[in-house]
Write a protein that binds this ligand. Structure first.
Ligand code: AMP
Ligand code: MG
Length: 484
């Protein structure tokens, strides 16, 4: 790995230097060839294993934990920081640089009462979801590998420690800006320093002045809106949308008790620690805005409120437009260039009408969409019909749909296009769980198979058909614990 160390050298007051403590008997549990290419790595070598487990120094690495704060479940925590993630620096690759972080690398000055470690199940889940989202075309941080160990760690019971090697275009979070606004009150110079760094690294076309800052914030609003539109379209619930888990670049970031929807349920809660459903699936668009408002508040020392508000006002439009684009593609509706507000509203009603029907009939979100790939949209008798109990309701919806769809010239091409946007394979919680149980028993094969299948979520892969099934009884609506 070749590193540059821009964050480390340019922002010395924004982190604590800290070295990983190493783990016993490190071994590869998973490795992503796709992520490796991003930083010019070829093979999971022994030297790399020792380096990334923290047992040996990695040449050129700097080792630091960043400081930030954040709103957690609505309340402000003035100091968080990387409690168990140690960044090695920005590794250079063919298409740019990627922060390399050892998540679970050991305690840092920000660990508070934690042990700085991650348990195997959460490391594996972070790896799998990073791969799954990326191959579903959803912006996300990446994962290079999972390293297992025989080091015991205590959660509700004894488990073993593991490390996810995370790659991120940036680790800068909304919470970084909050920290330098609220916790280091009066230090507008630091806020500006962080802002200038962010712009120079990631928005080189923008100038480091008020015009640039305004354009940048609008970009953050739009990127966040697009990210959440993606989550809603693909049926992904993040689970812990605290502002310290929001990437400034609009990547899916910091995974815990996330879930892809099985049965469609608008108010689905995947996080055991969120009984009120603050982060329920259907709440995500509103929370995205709430989080952006917290970011805007933190930026008031450097950007006038009116400009911040003007940018925030773009959020809903950006989100709806992106969502419409993604959902029109799922349904096979022609994109509408320059559509009117009335047309958009009609399409939103058509989409919403279908998800309401899905919910009423307790249908599987992804598998139902996938069935559009076999649909003959010119036929009055829809092959989807048998999935619905109230046929009158379905027929009414289908009629409206057909009228909006119009004539499809090439049905086969239309069906193929549906299969290229409606995935067959998603990372269902029960599949992750099965892979994790196998890893606990020393069998890596199910994890490897699941990983490989998720690299081509839109392909048929008939020999892996079982991985596209709805969960068995034990795996339905699994609610994951926050402990990780
Ligand atoms: P998360 O919910 O994973 O985003 O974590 C919230 C905060 O708790 C972050 O500052 C983490 O670094 C910290 N944290 C979570 N788990 C641990 C742990 N086992 N040891 C130390 N810090 C932790
Ligand atoms: Mg976090």
């Amino acid at each position: 790995m070749k590193f540059k160390q821009d964050f480390f050298t340019q922002l010395p007051e924004f982190y604590a230097q800290v070295y990983p403590q190493g783990i016993s008997n490190p071994h590869w549990l998973a490795w992503s060839e796709d992520a490796a290419k991003l930083i010019d790595l070829q093979q999971p070598t022994d030297a790399l294993l020792q380096g990334l487990s923290g047992n040996a120094a990695v040449e050129g690495a700097s080792y630091y934990a960043q400081v930030y704060s954040g709103h957690q479940f609505g309340g402000y925590t003035p100091r968080l920081g990387d409690g168990r993630s140690i960044i090695l620096g920005e590794a250079l690759g063919p298409q740019g640089a990627w922060d390399v972080a050892l998540k679970g690398g050991g305690p840092t000055p920000y660990s508070r009462h934690g042990d700085g470690r991650a348990v195997m199940r959460s490391a594996v889940r972070e790896f799998l979801v990073s791969e799954a989202l990326h191959h579903l075309d959803v912006p996300t941080t990446r994962a290079l590998a999972v390293i297992g160990s025989d080091m015991p760690v205590w959660r509700e019971s004894q488990e073993t420690a593991a490390i996810t090697v995370r790659l991120a275009r940036s680790h800068i979070r909304f919470g970084h800006f909050e920290f330098f606004c609220h916790s280091e009150r009066g230090q507008a110079d630091k806020l500006t320093q962080l802002l200038n760094f962010t712009l120079k690294q990631h928005y080189p076309h923008l100038s480091c002045d008020l015009a640039g800052y305004k354009a940048w914030f609008l970009q953050v609003v739009q990127d966040t809106a697009k990210l959440i539109a993606h989550w809603q379209a693909i049926g992904f619930a993040h689970g812990v949308m605290n502002t310290d888990n929001m990437s400034i670049l609009g990547d899916s970031f910091d995974f815990g008790p996330f879930a892809f929807l099985d049965t469609f349920q608008e108010d689905f809660i995947c996080n055991h620690s969120d009984p009120e459903g603050r982060y329920a699936f259907g709440q995500q668009p509103g929370i995205g805005l709430w989080n952006l408002q917290r970011l805007a508040q933190a930026l008031t020392p450097v950007i006038p409120s009116d400009d911040l508000i003007a940018a925030l006002n773009q959020y809903q439009h950006a989100l709806v437009q992106h969502y419409l684009m993604l959902m029109r593609a799922k349904l096979g509706l022609a994109a509408r260039a320059n559509s009117t507000a009335e047309q958009d509203q009609q399409d939103l009603e058509l989409i919403g009408g279908f998800t309401v029907l899905m919910e009423k009939n307790q249908l599987d979100y992804s598998n139902t969409w996938r069935r559009f790939g076999q649909l003959d949209p010119s036929s009055a008798h829809s092959s989807l019909r048998d999935d619905f109990i109230d046929l009158k309701e379905f027929d009414a919806w289908y009629q409206t749909y057909q009228a909006r769809l119009g004539k499809v010239a090439d049905i086969e091409a239309w069906q193929q296009a549906r299969n290229s946007v409606n995935p067959k394979y998603i990372l269902r919680n029960y599949l992750a769980q099965e892979a994790i149980i196998a890893v606990e028993e020393g069998n890596l094969a199910p994890l490897e198979r699941l990983h490989q299948v998720l690299r081509q979520p839109f392909a048929e892969q008939v020999e892996h058909e079982d991985l596209a099934k709805r969960p068995p009884d034990w795996g339905q609506g699994l609610i994951m614990s926050c402990s990780s």
